[in-house]
Ligand binder design. Structure first.
Ligand code: HQG
Length: 175
C-alpha cells in the first residue's frame, strides 16, 4: 500500500484551512464534493476511502452516500459543523509546551487561528497533542465548573472537545 501521509496532510490543509489550494470551495458546513477532491488531489476513490478509514484520529467524515467529505474539527476557516452543545466531563486536558505558559497564565487558552480551543478527554491524548511542538506540558481544565458557569462545549465527531476560550481561573498548571 502506498504511503498516504503526505496526501492526508494535504487533505487536512484543503478541508480545514485552504480549499482554494485546489480551486474548490466548501459549503457552509465544511463539506467538499468528493468528485472535486479526487480530481484536485489526483486520487482514486479507493485512495480517499483508505485515507479516511485508516486515519488514526478519524479526522474526516463522508456523508451517507459518499459524495461529500469534511474534516471533523480543526478548521481555521469559518464553517458551521452543526455540533450540538454537550455537557463535558468534570475535567478535560490540554497539551501545550512551556513557552506558551506565561501567556496562557495571563489570558487563558485562546483559540488562536482555529475556530475553537481544542481539549482532550484524557492525559494520554493531550500528551500527543503537546508533543507536536516539543516537550509536552499538560493543563487540567475544570470543564465541569465552566459548564456550570454557563460556558458551552461541543464534542466533535472524532472525540475532541471544543469551546470558545478557557479563562485562566479554570486551568490547573503543573508544579
Ligand atoms: C497555544 C491537532 C499562547 C495552545 C491536535 C497550542 C488537536 C496559547 C497553540 C488540534 C494560548 C495553538 C488542535 C495563549 C493557547 N497564549 N499560546 N493564550 N492559548 N495557546 O494547533 O490545541 O493532528 O491551533 O496551547 O491533535 O495544539 O491537526 O491547537 O499549543 O486536536 O488533527 O496555541 O490539532 O489535531 O495550536 O491542536 P493549535 P492545538 P490534528
Amino acid at each position: 500500500m502506498r504511503n498516504y501521509t503526505r496526501a492526508s496532510k494535504f487533505l487536512s490543509l484543503v478541508l480545514r484551512h485552504q480549499p482554494e489550494k485546489i480551486g474548490i470551495t466548501l459549503d457552509p458546513h465544511g463539506w467538499a464534493k468528493v468528485r472535486e477532491i479526487l480530481l484536485g488531489m489526483n486520487l482514486t476513490m479507493e485512495d480517499l476511502t483508505y485515507i479516511v478509514e485508516t486515519d488514526e484520529k478519524q479526522r474526516y467524515s463522508f456523508n451517507e452516500d459518499r459524495t461529500l467529505i469534511r474534516a471533523n474539527q480543526g478548521h481555521s476557516i469559518s464553517i458551521d459543523l452543526e455540533l450540538e452543545a454537550r455537557e463535558p466531563p468534570e475535567y478535560l486536558y490540554h497539551g501545550t509546551v512551556g513557552q506558551f505558559l506565561g501567556s496562557i497564565q495571563k489570558e487563558g487558552l485562546q483559540k488562536q487561528k482555529r475556530q475553537y480551543v481544542h481539549l482532550s478527554p484524557d492525559v494520554e491524548t493531550a500528551v500527543k497533542v503537546g508533543r507536536r511542538r516539543g516537550r509536552p506540558v499538560i493543563l487540567q481544565v475544570a470543564s465541569g465548573r465552566m459548564h456550570e458557569d454557563g460556558c458551552t462545549f461541543y464534542l466533535s465527531e472524532n472525540g475532541v472537545w471544543l469551546t470558545d476560550a478557557v479563562p485562566p481561573e479554570y486551568i490547573k498548571f503543573p508544579g
